[in-house]
Design a protein around this ligand. Sequence first.
Ligand code: ADP
Ligand code: IPE
Length: 266
Amino acid sequence: MIILKLGGSVITRKDSLTPILDSSNLKRIAREISNSSYHKLIVVHGAGSFGHPYAREYAIGNKINSSEELVRKRQGFSKIQNSVNNLNQLVCQHLLEQEIPAVSIQPSSFIQTRNKRIIKADLDLISKYLDIGFVPVLYGDVVLDEDDKIKMAVLSGDQIVKYLAENLRPEKVVLGSDVNGIYNKDPKKYPDASLMKVVTSHEDLESADSTQTVDVTGGMGGKLGELLELAKIGIESEIINAGHDNNVKRSLNGEKGIGTLIKNEK
Ligand code: ADP
Ligand code: IPE
């Protein structure tokens, strides 16, 4: 089994404040998935400009101080749920066009968090879909949170990947982003940044945030945090540049070392 995340930075124009799909990337990646050999595959995608700008605007996940704030956040939650669901439909349509048997699984319909971390999610149905050969497609979404002070949370695709991986134990976890992997510092801000082939702790880098100030789920630092947790329980993962031709295909076909490997020890 392989879990593949497609970052919002790859399938959308993440720097846009309104939702814009990167359809050429999505088309190409769907083709690459369809031309690769995998046994079982789960796709998780990010929200990009379909989620982050609204999540920031409505401050989902911040404390709710009044009934007026609850009304506004509820409105925002519905708007975000609808927007990321639209993106999910587009992703599934592109996969279907390549005859990949995608089934959409909406995180907000079965996942709950406490203090923004997943505490409830029944994965039985996902396992059943996988057994029959479907490709479940999940995505970064808004969900209900058990903490009464916040009531709602933004759930990143990266946290979903981590939860799925620790419970379903895939052979491979691949995260496609718009950079070649993890650098010692943000390669978009620092042209002299150097790519790390292996990362085993946060201390390996000088800094890791998101280039996009609109990213509400922690950017590259948040991603690395999830992946280091996986590494601790023996599940290695790799961050690759899914914006470059054939990287997704090569990785699904079993190639290692295309980007940055996140593991427990060097
Ligand atoms: P995605 O949308 O693909 O899930 P993010 O936007 O969350 O990805 O994170 C990717 C971005 O993180 C890159 O575009 C890059 O500019 C930024 N970034 C910040 N620090 C680093 C770093 N140390 N190494 C690589 N990328 C970094
Ligand atoms: C964010 O998901 C979800 C919402 C903003 C609703 P991700 O954090 O996985 O999205 P990307 O990949 O960074 O765009």
